[in-house]
Design a protein around this ligand. Sequence first.
Ligand code: SF4
Ligand code: SF4
Length: 105
Amino acid sequence: MPVLDCSVNTCVHYADNCCCRREILVEGTHAHTDNETCCGNFDERREGCCENSVREANTQLSVGCEAINCVFNADRKCSAEHIGIAGPNAKMADQTMCASFQARG
Ligand code: SF4
Ligand code: SF4
């Protein structure tokens, strides 16, 4: 499972530059660049939401991935050792991306 950093500080699952989920799905079946991918589990944090819940960041996540043009995609799972999900101030999933996407040659 990849070590994951996330900079999407507007996501309800975000904590400490990381993600509180156990798994995510990166979307972008036809992606040829990193900004054509996105985190399918993004959900915008709203005022007052989740303030009472315990949030613990996971550093390693199971990462499913539909971006089959990426060199790290192995049977729709991410095989990279370390990935970064980016999109600070994102308001929609489309404004996030897997910054570690590398197109197959
Ligand atoms: S954008 Fe994706 S990786 Fe980042 S915190 Fe949200 S669900 Fe987790
Ligand atoms: S590095 Fe590639 S295979 Fe891994 S999640 Fe990002 S786009 Fe998908």
